[in-house]
Design a protein around this ligand. Structure first.
Ligand SMILES: [Zn+2]
Length: 306
């Protein structure tokens, strides 16, 4: 018997209200596995790209948290984010090593930031990725759309293998949203998983817009999870709406959903993402407050605390 949950606290009215919502759930803080920090000059280029989003994506994308790096770190703290994964990603060869080195330094100097790495199919990928894992990287970002590479590229085989062996999760943007890349598609990434079934993968944006395809991969591969990044917000509902029965579809995989936001590059306040997840939890009593505690804290902690 299903029906709405009755144990979900009132969703946060705005960003200032997020800590109250977390406290009502009995959580010490929020764990966000999908946040972006980049070298300042590169981040400004990314923001300039979003300024032309009408051209690229067919919709305006006004970046909401366009502040200095220290201010962005402080904003996360004010939101109640206790731990976050700062993710970087290259768009061409020769960048992933120095991005990984940059973000390693950033994480070491920033309370709450976990160590991350990124990769690209290139001859030295196993070398810098292995060094990062050795140094304590807890999350690896893989951007198949922006990178424009084929995740099945033989150059990546040793990288997938070492991540699978180390148990380090990869947050992979392999869905066709907001626009397809030459090698995006959950079917394409499914071939990587067939070859490396032990790989811990977090499907970024829940595979947006192919949510059913993402759930299919979760059904086929036990180490695959999905993140909530941008999913179910009013902005994304306009361009890639969720199926009407989304909360019910999450029930069998409720412990494999982790919170992600895409802060700071989102065209709306952070609270909208928290509200979206709260709505799913409230819609089905098999989810409820327990689901929220898992998504916002327990499941991401379990993934990075190994
Ligand atoms: Zn992202």
């Amino acid at each position: 018997m299903t029906g709405p949950a009755t144990d979900v606290p009132a969703p946060p009215a705005d960003d200032d209200d997020v800590p109250r919502f977390l406290a009502d759930l009995g959580l010490p803080g929020l764990v966000d596995l999908h946040v972006h920090f980049l070298p300042e000059r590169m981040l400004h280029k990314v923001w300039a790209y979003f300024d032309e989003a009408q051209l690229h994506y067919g919709t305006p994308w006004p970046v909401h948290y366009r502040t200095s790096e220290p201010e962005r770190v402080a904003t996360l703290g004010e939101l109640g984010v206790q731990t976050f994964a700062p993710l970087t990603y290259p768009h061409k060869p020769g960048m992933a090593r120095w991005l990984t080195e940059w973000v390693t330094d950033f994480a070491a100097a920033t309370p709450g930031a976990v160590r991350t790495a990124t990769l690209f199919p290139e001859p030295d990928v196993a070398d810098y990725l292995g060094a990062a894992v050795e140094a304590g990287a807890r999350v690896v970002k893989v951007h198949v759309q922006v990178g424009g590479f084929d995740p099945r590229d033989p150059l990546l085989r040793p990288a997938w293998g070492l991540l699978a062996d180390a148990g380090v999760p990869a947050v992979v943007h392999c869905g066709n949203g907001p626009i397809p890349g030459p090698h995006t598609g959950l079917d394409v990434f499914g071939e990587v998983l067939t070859e490396h079934p032990a790989l811990r993968v977090v499907l970024a944006h829940a595979g947006m817009p192919d949510y059913a395809g993402a759930l299919d991969l979760l059904g086929r591969f036990e180490h695959v999870r999905l993140d909530t990044t941008m999913v179910g917000t009013p902005f994304s509902e306009r361009i890639a709406p969720l199926p009407a029965d989304w909360p019910a579809r999450l029930v069998p995989v409720a412990d494999r959903v982790v919170f992600g936001s895409d802060f700071p590059n989102i065209p709306y306040p952070y609270a909208e993402q928290v509200r979206a997840v709260a709505r799913w939890a409230a819609a089905d009593r098999r989810l409820g407050a327990a689901f929220l505690r898992s998504v916002l804290h327990d499941a991401p902690v379990q993934l990075i605390d190994f």
